[in-house]
Each structure stands twice: as structure tokens, then as C-alpha cells.
Design a protein around this ligand. Structure first.
Ligand code: GRF
Length: 206
């Protein structure tokens, strides 16, 4: 399985996936390209010691948004990528891009979708929303990407408790440690083993 990864920042989810490939949990899988929209994304630093190829492709280098999306699409097509992972990617992809890889793009979102997702809910805003509403359980979701924002078929979810003294930063860290870094590699493993079937909006794991 050839994987392409899109990142904007720290890349801790990318790291978790690299670790599961390197320890043999995920088999027959190679990360062939990591693309960032930011030159200084720490994710691009992380991959150097694994000899994974990194690249920066950013909207500003193209005259139109469409050209940017086509460049990104053609980059992954030229590498023969089977699966694209959004791992803390903060750019909204066009419908053209998404349609080029139907049910072959995954994303991780730091809440239990459909709560605290969609436009406006990203990064710390998700966790701030959870705290403001006073809910007791949050979590993370891995889903396929469709033309909407956080609307595609849900692959895996894991719950995480909210504690009384949580700040958005503390909660963000707990959701990563207890949910994201487990379920994202797990979803990739299931995909690599061809165990994910989609029936309408539902994902069946075999
Ligand atoms: C994670 O919280 C993820 O759920 C969200 O962006 C963050 C990325 O963190 N989509 P990292 O770059 O993987 O460390």
C-alpha cells in the first residue's frame, strides 16, 4: 500500500503511523510522500530520519485555488498513491481533489463526530467547545473524506473523558494520547488489510 500524507503542523499522528509501520503492526505499507502547506511544519523535520520524502506545496504558489488542487492531485497520482491521510492538515481541499480519490482519503478529527465538527471546529476550538458545553465525554474520529467538511463515512471512534480542570490544551493532549495515536494507525492497518467495506454512510469492518 502506498500512502501519501498531508500535514500542516507537528505531525504527531504521522509519527504514530510511522511507528506502527516500523514495528510491523502495519504491514506491506510505505509512506511515499509527505506534503505540507507550510515549509516550517515540524512534520517535515520528523520524516528526515526515516528517509521519507517531504515536500511543500502551498496555495500561494499557484494563481488559482484550482491549480493548487490539481498540482496536489497530480503529485499523488504520479506516485501511484493508494491512500491519502490528512494528519493535521489545515487546508480545505476542493471537490475535484476529493473526487479523484473516492473513499481513499482519511482524516482524523479530535471529537466524536457529529459533535464539534464542521466549519469553524478545528484545533483548540474543538476542545474549547467541548469545555464550554460542559460535556463529560469527548474523543476522536477517523473518517473517510467526502466533499463536505467532516461528513464522510466514519471508520473508527474512541471516547476520552473530560476532567473538571481541563483547559483546551490539556484536553487536546489527552485526546491525542488516548485516542488519536491509537485509532489512526489502526484505521490504516485495517485499510492495508482490506478489511474496510463501505455501505452508504456506514463502514463495516470485516
Ligand atoms: C490533531 O488534533 C488532529 O486531530 C487534528 O489536528 C491535530 C494534528 O496534530 N486534525 P498532529 O499534527 O498530528 O500532531
Amino acid at each position: 500500500l502506498k500512502i501519501g500524507v498531508l500535514v500542516s503542523g507537528g505531525g504527531t499522528n504521522l509519527q504514530a503511523i510511522i511507528d506502527r509501520i516500523n514495528d510491523g503492526t502495519i504491514t506491506d505499507t510505505e509512506i511515499v510522500s509527505v506534503v505540507s502547506n507550510k515549509e516550517n511544519a515540524y512534520a517535515l523535520e520528523r520524516i528526515k530520519k526515516y528517509n521519507i520524502k517531504g515536500k511543500c506545496i502551498k496555495p500561494r504558489d499557484y494563481t488559482t485555488r484550482q491549480e493548487f488542487n490539481f498540482a496536489l492531485r497530480d503529485h499523488f497520482i504520479s506516485l501511484g498513491v493508494d491512500l491519502i491521510l490528512l494528519a493535521g492538515y489545515l487546508v480545505v481541499l476542493s471537490e475535484d481533489f476529493v473526487r479523484a480519490f473516492p473513499n481513499r482519503i482519511m482524516n482524523i478529527h479530535p471529537s466524536l463526530i457529529p459533535a464539534f465538527c464542521g466549519n469553524g471546529y478545528y484545533g483548540l476550538k474543538v476542545h474549547q467547545g467541548v469545555i464550554d458545553r460542559g460535556i463529560k465525554v469527548t474523543g476522536a474520529t477517523v473518517h473517510f473524506v467526502d466533499e463536505g467538511t467532516d461528513t464522510g463515512p466514519i471508520i473508527l471512534q474512541k471516547a476520552v473523558e473530560v476532567e473538571d480542570n481541563d483547559t483546551p490544551e490539556i484536553l487536546q493532549r489527552r485526546v491525542m494520547e488516548e485516542a488519536e495515536w491509537t485509532i489512526y494507525p489502526e484505521a490504516v492497518r485495517l485499510y492495508a488489510e482490506d478489511r474496510i467495506k463501505i455501505q452508504g454512510n456506514r463502514v463495516i469492518i470485516t
